[in-house]
Design a protein around this ligand. Structure first.
Ligand code: GRG
Length: 305
């Protein structure tokens, strides 16, 4: 026998994220302009289309749906925030910044191409982000005032009050005795601000009111900090496991971290506080629409690696 009405399957974050990532990857592929100069476009594709969890696009789509919007309206936001994220990673890896050779398990952009190409590919991705956002909103009939607010929000997250601020303070803090306030400043600007812009812009293009938009902003900020606190705690756990295996070998720990500044238990307690605060922000919304964001916060809090 068949039943007409079936119980809905329980929510699976993994399935949800895989499906959003697939949608976004297709849209990103279409968003990259064809043509010349080939080397520049190849370098842009290299960093935009290979790997990445697509957490920021997912936040944009989920925040749009959260306030009752049609997810298609947030596609330009989802792509734009991922373009900004990709360019920030390309620039972050450059010799004048963190000087990294590997990213997502393969050579960094400037190693695979060249420093000058990587620099320009980053610049071009940043410009493309805003072009795609503005054009995409217009094409989808997103009201111009919403589109403009989204553009301003994203620009704010990138500039001297956002990623660039976080990076400059991070670079200046290398080897310095950094306190909790500076550590938090770096993470809020390097990580939380873009996550925030992703969610906020998703809610804005969907027509969320000010209260909804600010609730979404606080949720994303808590999640951004949570991400870093948990990362730091996992680093300690991993390091002590490694130390067990390679007894006597010292691991470089000159960087300020939450466990270092508040102890492992203190950092764990802070993470618990952050996930509770993030979830509390969702209580104002229609419960049926909060599932993806609720599960994302819990996943970030309780992940094991
Ligand atoms: C903004 C003009 C301009 C320049 C960039 C380099 C820089 C200034 C800022 C650094 C930004 C940076 C690298 C922040 C780290 C953010 C972070 C938490 C990265 C890891 O994000 P995941 O885990 O990565 O989402 P995947 O690989 O999954 O995409």
């Amino acid at each position: 026998t068949t039943t007409v009405l079936q119980d809905e399957e329980p929510f699976s974050l993994e399935r949800y994220m895989a499906s959003k990532a697939a949608t976004v990857n297709e849209a990103l592929d279409r968003a990259l302009p064809p043509g010349h100069p080939e080397r520049l476009l190849e370098s842009m594709r290299y960093s935009l289309l290979a790997g990445g969890k697509r957490v920021r696009p997912m936040l944009a789509l989920a925040a749009c749906a959260l306030v009752g919007g049609d997810e298609a309206a947030a596609e330009p936001v989802a792509c734009a925030v991922e373009m900004v994220h990709a360019m920030s990673l390309v620039h972050d890896d450059l010799p004048c910044m963190d000087d990294d050779d590997l990213r997502r398990g393969r050579p960094t952009n400037h190693v695979a191409f060249s420093v000058s190409t990587a620099l320009l590919a980053g610049d071009a991705l940043l410009a493309l982000a805003f072009e795609h956002l503005a054009r995409g909103c217009a094409d989808r009939g997103v009201p111009a005032d919403r589109a403009l607010r989204a553009v301003a929000e994203l620009a704010g997250a990138v500039g001297a009050g956002g990623l660039a601020a976080g990076q400059v303070v991070d670079l200046a803090s290398e080897g310095a005795d950094v306190g909790l306030a500076t550590l938090e400043y770096i993470h809020v600007h390097k990580t939380a601000r873009l996550l925030e812009a992703a969610a906020v812009c998703g809610a804005i293009v969907a027509g969320g009111d000010d209260e909804e938009v600010e609730g979404v902003r606080r949720y994303a900020r808590y999640v951004g900090l949570l991400f870093q606190v948990v990362d730091d705690v996992l680093d300690v756990t991993r390091t002590s496991e490694q130390l067990g295996k390679t007894a006597g070998k010292d691991v470089a720990t000159d960087k300020a971290t939450y466990p270092k500044l508040m102890g492992v238990d203190g950092a764990r307690a802070y993470a618990a506080e952050l996930v509770a605060s993030a979830e509390a922000e969702l209580d104002r919304f229609d419960a049926a629409r909060t599932e993806p964001l609720r599960h994302l916060a819990r996943f970030i809090a309780y992940r094991q690696h």
